[in-house]
Write a protein that binds this ligand. Sequence first.
Ligand SMILES: Nc1ncnc2c1ncn2[C@@H]1O[C@H](COP(=O)(O)OP(=O)(O)O)[C@@H](O)[C@H]1O
Ligand SMILES: Cc1cn([C@H]2C[C@H](O)[C@@H](COP(=O)(O)O)O2)c(=O)[nH]c1=O
Length: 273
Amino acid sequence: MMKSLIFSTRSPSILSPNLVFNPYNSLSSVYNFVSVKNPNFLRGLRSRRPSASSFCCYSSSTDVKGRCYQPEGEVHVIVGPMFAGKTTTLLRRIKSESSNGRNVAVIKSSKDTRYALDSIVTHDGEKLPCWPLTALSSFKERIGLEAYHKLEVIGIDEAQFFEDLYDFCIKAADHDGKTVIVAGLDGDYLRRSFGVLDIIPIADSITKLKAKCELCGKPASFTLRKTDETERELVAGADVYMPVCRHHYASGQVVKEAARTVLQTHTAQCGSL
Ligand SMILES: Nc1ncnc2c1ncn2[C@@H]1O[C@H](COP(=O)(O)OP(=O)(O)O)[C@@H](O)[C@H]1O
Ligand SMILES: Cc1cn([C@H]2C[C@H](O)[C@@H](COP(=O)(O)O)O2)c(=O)[nH]c1=O
């Protein structure tokens, strides 16, 4: 069973498998108890000023005086090559939002099976429970409508693998008032746009992180695939990929090309014997 998918860094007292109490919540008691499918659901609304005094709409929240308002959504994007700290940054931002009393949930592409199925895991082993999904469109149904409405921050990791990223972010931020924090690769191993760039026009902030070039130690903005596989999507880690600087990306591609030519010539020669 899926566990701990909406969470807080504070320890909640779980009253029943479906009912969780957040002792840190300072708002009226009506907000303290939330029944959801997930046992680790935790309430906590950050005090936010209502953008309009009293209207109720599809995904409204309620302020301390019980007035309905539509919170303003945001989209924040974290990109960079592999090993740059994208997941680490996402994880910290989510933890910080949670510590500030906001309801958070994290999603990752179910294609990423490298370290764990239902957690986002950094290359250093830090982890956080998440919803592994094939499509973002299924999130609302999976989490349940009530829990979705109460959610304030949604983190998305391995975002390059979601085809419906743009539509989801528009809906979540513009219509449902969620803060969406997206982490993923901006470019593939050929340095071609890898999906996440689609949401730049709807983003409030963009952070491009750098890794460390594995060949010279300089800042690395690109991911070099060490193997000969040519499919775009190839889930793997340091066995297949390495972060490199511009110089070593270019020379790495040249070396790969030369190796391929040598191999092809050799195969052809063997075949003609
Ligand atoms: N070649 C490597 N193999 C394994 N871990 C690495 C390598 N290069 C850097 N790291 C570690 O990975 C961390 C970043 O992990 P993570 O946040 O999961 O990155 P990203 O999500 O951008 O791939 C770095 O702080 C570093 O300690
Ligand atoms: C460059 C590149 C990467 N991938 C895959 C490899 C990994 O499974 C993820 C990226 O993981 P990270 O959290 O950023 O380390 O994406 C791919 O499928 N195709 C590529 O070109």
